[in-house]
Design a protein around this ligand. Structure first.
Ligand SMILES: [Zn+2]
Length: 376
């Protein structure tokens, strides 16, 4: 009967093959989840430092490379709450902008009256020349800047320091030129959005008492802080920062070194000016020769570095107030963007509403969807 001594072993092997889990874990379970996640993290890290082959890859790296501390602030959890009052139309538009999912025919021009520029997914949010849409873009920018100044006035320990803002007439500041004559510069230059005159009280400025470069208040030297507030594509933060630096403070390595440098001219006249250095830290030394940018993505993204360096370090907002302001800017941007898309659609010139179309498909089973009307 048992002539072959190997027969029982073969039976055992057959049993094992039919019921793998009953006897012993399969060999691949020996690789623990920790090892797998470590390997995954290592590969992601390696990929982040590979040379990018496309423009999109370069921009994603600029946004997410771990050494740059530039991770976009995720405020979507907040605007999903009822307190944020973000319509489903606005949320859908935000997601479509964030994932570049708004279809436009290639190389088309904007059909709105008075525009005719190249039309693309975010054209309506920054570049459209149609009178109505252009006015809404300006209001979106100015209202966002006023939100920043309102938080500064109400929540910053230095909120009573003087502010001059080129952001329309709003709740926090009146419209003024941010390079007033008493700074000693010539007039023919573009002015940044915000000038905060640190260590100089607002009531002194309102009374017509202007600071001089050597002025002090309560033992502290007057210091100028300029901020440029700008909205841009959620994947072009690095490019737009470069543009702002080249416009006001072209530093070594910029392609237009002949441009005048706002900070160097002010420092040559004796002013103390706050700016960023090459590492993105705030300070007043000669190395801090870059304008402070505050960027908000068209879909509402804000860089973590903006929250830490601009809101907390430069404006001196406590962490909770800085977080609340970032959430507020996120909601403002998303709501205003939805209002612009809805208006362009109601002008009857941009074809199928990019958001209403999908919202109708998603909620067809529930009730009559009238997406644009929910925007207000
Ligand atoms: Zn247009």
């Amino acid at each position: 009967m048992n002539a072959d001594p190997h027969a029982p072993d073969e039976d055992e092997q057959m049993d094992d093959a039919d019921a793998p889990a009953a006897h012993a874990p399969p060999p691949d379970k020996c690789l623990s989840a920790d090892v797998f996640s470590e390997a995954y993290r290592f590969l992601t890290w390696r990929l982040a430092f590979c040379k990018p082959r496309t423009t999109a890859a370069r921009r994603l790296q600029a946004l997410f490379r771990p050494d740059l501390r530039r991770v976009a602030f995720k405020a979507s959890q907040y605007f999903l709450t009822p307190a944020a009052k973000v319509s489903s139309y606005a949320r859908t538009l935000c997601l479509k902008l964030r994932y570049n999912a708004i279809y436009k025919p290639p190389n088309s021009t904007c059909p709105l009256p008075g525009c005719g520029c190249w039309d693309h997914a975010t054209h309506l949010l920054g570049a459209c020349r149609n009178a109505i849409i252009h006015g809404m873009i300006c209001n979106k920018h100015n209202d966002g800047g006023q939100l920043v100044l309102t938080a500064f006035r109400n929540k910053s320990p230095i909120g009573n320091h003087a502010v001059i803002a080129n952001l329309g007439n709003g709740a926090a500041a009146a419209h003024e030129h941010t390079l007033p004559n008493w700074l000693g510069l010539d007039n023919n230059r573009q002015a940044p959005d915000i000038l905060i005159i640190k260590n100089w009280p607002q009531d002194k400025l309102d009374a017509g008492v202007m600071p001089r470069p050597s002025s002090r208040h309560a033992g502290k030297r007057v210091t100028l802080l300029f901020i440029e507030y700008k909205t841009c594509s959620d994947f072009k933060f690095a490019d737009i920062e470069q543009e702002i630096w080249e416009k006001y403070t072209p530093h070594a390595g910029c392609p237009r070194p002949h441009r005048r440098h706002l900070f160097r001219e002010l420092r040559a006249k004796g002013w103390s000016v706050e700016g960023l250095n090459a590492e993105g830290a705030l300070g007043c030394s000669a190395a801090h020769d870059r304008m402070v940018p505050l960027l908000v993505g068209h879909a509402g993204s804000i860089l973590q570095s903006s929250v830490e360096v601009v809101l907390q370090a430069a404006l001196q907002l406590p962490p909770a107030a800085a977080h609340k302001l970032a959430c507020g800017l996120n909601v403002h941007q998303v709501t205003a963007a939805a209002r612009i898309f809805s208006t362009a659609f109601s002008l009857g010139q941009i074809g199928v509403d990019p958001v209403a179309h999908s919202a109708a498909g998603a909620s067809a089973a529930r009730s009559a969807p009238t997406a644009p009307s929910g925007v207000g």
